[in-house]
Design a protein around this ligand. Structure first.
Ligand code: TXA
Ligand code: MG
Length: 339
């Protein structure tokens, strides 16, 4: 199967493929997603095969209206309505209890909840509304690889495995949505994203954060938390202190293999780069760094054979919490220390 690329003005062709039970990747403001009719069990099942995703990891349900959520979820509480009003369309995914039997086990992984999301992308909202059904929407990468922030990343991972890609240029945020579980007594953040704890607490009061590293024998709240993530072939090491970057570069200079460094412009400007070190700019600040993180990891993976990638660390607050969560997973928890 040759994968077709659709431009935004061809959105009705993409919607037609969704209606027919085909797989179409779609843009969102966070990362590209892999869409299929969430009410078509076979279509949803094909998403796991295309991504190489373990079948016990449930799929996000992507909607174009709150009414679409109400067809599947239990009646919405006032708190949930407040979150939707404030943050939708946008980077907040909300886990809600389901009406029994409304979504297949293939989508829910057998849970009695589902994760609902309304992305801030007009073309995708139009595709869903035109298809008339919610679409499943995991990130459109091969399982374990960095999430795609450009249509060409999707094409690289999934060409020949899916019917189409709706291309609306680069995504803005760069990391996946915040996930909040509203099916529990205390609202719980399962994955940090662009919508921060502070923003959520301003709307609904105290929330709990539950996105620590899940150990192999632990049952994770968001099933996806237990799998290896965002991992390029090279070993990623986080450099937490700006002062340690030059030591990392000195170490790199003694290696025979190529080494990569991903950091903001101010940091890069002050480094003496050995000849075997390639730099990838993360731009000016934590926002541009979050936007460019996955593209940088993919760049080193595909276009240069580095053995180690040193990546800048940021304070674990605000958007920095989302950045650090992803870079920590891609590094398998490895930090560079100057010892
Ligand atoms: O920004 C995003 O959320 C992107 C774009 C494409 O919309 N999508 C995305 O999907 O990141 P995915 O499948 O890569 O990550 C969804 C996470 C997984 O870790 C999954 O385990 C969790 O959500 N999840 C899905 N349904 C759940 C549920 N009922 N309860 C708890 N976690 C759930
Ligand atoms: Mg993913």
């Amino acid at each position: 199967m040759e994968t077709k690329i659709f431009k935004p003005d061809q959105v009705s062709e993409a919607a037609e493929l969704i209606k027919q039970g085909q797989l179409v990747a779609f843009p969102t403001e966070t990362v590209y997603g892999l869409g299929a009719d969430a009410t078509n069990e076979q279509a949803a099942g094909n998403v796991y095969a295309a991504k190489g995703r373990p079948s016990d990891n449930p799929l996000i349900v992507t909607v174009s209206s709150i009414e679409m959520v109400e067809q599947f979820a239990q009646p919405l509480t006032d708190q949930v309505k407040q979150l939707m009003t404030k943050f939708w369309p946008g980077s907040l995914t909300i886990v809600l209890p389901l009406q029994p039997g409304k979504l297949s086990k293939t989508v829910t992984g057998g849970l009695d909840t589902a994760a609902f999301r309304m992305p801030a992308n007009q073309v995708t909202l139009k595709m869903i509304a035109t298809a008339g059904v919610p679409i499943v929407g995991p990130s459109a990468n091969t399982s374990g690889k960095p999430s795609p922030t450009l249509a060409k990343h999707v094409y690289h991972d999934l060409n020949g495995k899916i019917a189409g890609i709706l291309d609306d240029g680069p995504t803005q945020v760069g990391v996946e949505s915040t996930i909040i579980d509203m099916s529990t007594a205390v609202p719980t953040i399962l994955r940090p994203g662009a919508v921060t704890v502070e923003q959520l607490e301003a709307v609904i009061g105290a929330v709990k954060a539950d996105h620590h590293h899940v150990k192999a024998n632990e049952i994770p709240k968001a099933p996806g938390m237990k799998y290896k993530h965002y991992a390029p072939s090279a070993q990623v090491e986080i450099v937490d202190h700006v002062n340690d970057f030059q030591s990392a570069m000195d170490w790199a200079g003694q290696q025979r293999e190529a080494v990569g460094v991903m950091a903001t412009d101010d940091v890069l400007a002050n480094l003496q780069l050995p000849a075997n070190v390639e730099a990838f700019s993360l731009g000016a600040d934590v926002q541009s760094a979050t936007h460019l993180l996955f593209a940088g990891l993919r760049h080193f993976d595909l276009e240069s054979a580095v053995k180690v990638i040193f990546a800048e660390g940021f304070a674990n607050e605000g958007l920095g919490a989302a950045y650090m969560n992803r870079v920590d997973k891609s590094a398998g928890g490895m930090h560079f220390t100057n010892e």
